[in-house]
Design a protein around this ligand. Structure first.
Ligand code: ZN
Ligand code: ZN
Length: 350
């Protein structure tokens, strides 16, 4: 029997338990990290509330995928990582051999190694992730700030697909952490007119503080009217959907202007569909895009965006809780919209 640690194990929908489990053993090419902070994520909330696809996560499993920490053990064959190093790692390691990896679309790898287990005192990083998806965290960044590299990498990957031009009008549907990250990335592309649509005034206030030119807090019908007014009846050049329900995916199509781009970013429940007007695609030449996950290079760039201060993540980190209160964290996030992201601190006893 090895040494034990505390970890939050997901057994199924709304069934998350903090248990004593064995600290993972490090093998060739792997590293063991003491988790400094693990942040909650919209994806975690969806999985907690409704489950998810088996090929990405299969309960029972230790939960959590956004984290950073300190290396405590290094397996053989990893000379570039030392004990004591502050690192963050992506939650995926592409195989580098499949058809999609061969096209540099690592995010669509057909043999991806996924990593769950951030809501624990220790996490073992598998060899495929150690190889291409670990970065050292600059000392000026807290673990929680570095943990936000993961969601930012996904947003960066999505925004890069939109071919945003300087001066484009960008509409973001969603005032959650993902919407607020997209807002900042659009601003970095040189877009002064970024409009954020949401339903929670406190979050829209943060959006304005982070550079939104306008915010809209209204029903879908009112939002469409308002955005058309704000764009002189043309619609936006780029619309980013950052909610993840079919109605807002369809709303995005009503907010885009001729020749514009719609990025459907938020993942919808499995089995759902949307209606798309053939006329819109044909006569208006709309680019309709999806986006999934991120490449190792996106992770590297995302950490740089945070470290350089180009993207601010502190306003998104609204609360900290110790690991033993993880169920409280999910209750807070599923019942109220008060918090954006909660940093789970596994080493904290309070
Ligand atoms: Zn995430
Ligand atoms: Zn692959």
């Amino acid at each position: 029997m090895g040494e034990k640690m505390k970890a939050a194990v997901l057994y199924g929908v709304r069934d998350l338990r903090v248990e004593d489990i064995e600290i993972p053993k490090v093998k060739y090419g792997e590293v063991l990290v003491k988790v400094g902070a693990a942040t909650t994520c919209g994806t975690d909330i969806k999985i907690y509330q409704r489950g998810y696809v088996d090929r990405v996560i299969k309960p029972p499993t230790v939960f959590g995928h956004e984290w950073a920490g300190t290396v405590v053990e290094v397996g053989k064959g990893v000379p570039w990582i030392q004990e004591g190093m502050r690192i963050r790692a992506g939650n995926s390691g592409p195989c580098l051999r499949c058809r999609m990896c061969g096209r540099e679309a690592n995010n669509l790898c057909e043999d991806m190694t996924w990593l769950w287990g951030a809501y624990a005192e220790y996490i073992k990083v598998p060899a495929p992730i150690v190889k291409v998806n670990i970065q050292e965290v600059p000392t000026k960044l807290s673990y929680a700030e570095a943990a936000l590299t993961e969601p930012l990498a996904c947003c960066f990957h999505g925004i890069e697909r939109c071919n945003i031009d300087v001066g484009d009008t960008v509409v973001i549907i969603g005032d959650g952490p993902i919407g607020l990250l997209h807002l900042q990335l659009a601003r970095l592309k040189g877009c002064e007119k970024v409009i954020v649509c949401g339903l929670i005034e406190e979050r829209l206030k943060i959006a304005r503080e982070l550079g939104a030119a306008k915010t809209v807090n209204a029903s879908i019908e009112e939002t469409v009217k308002e955005v058309m007014n704000l764009t002189d009846g043309h619609g936006a050049d780029v619309v980013v959907e950052a909610v993840g329900i079919p109605t807002t995916w369809e709303e995005a199509l009503r907010l885009v202007g001729k020749g514009g781009t719609v990025l459907e970013f938020g993942g919808c429940p499995p089995g759902t569909e949307i209606r798309v007007s053939t006329e819109l695609l044909h006569y208006d030449e709309i680019n309709l895009l999806g986006s999934f996950h991120a490449n190792p290079t996106d992770f590297r760039k995302a950490l740089n965006l945070i470290a350089s201060g180009a993207v601010q993540v502190k306003p998104l980190l609204t609360k900290e809780l110790p690991l033993r209160r993880i169920s409280d964290a999910f209750n807070i996030l599923t019942t109220s919209k008060e918090e954006l992201k909660i940093a789970i601190i596994p080493q904290s006893l309070n």
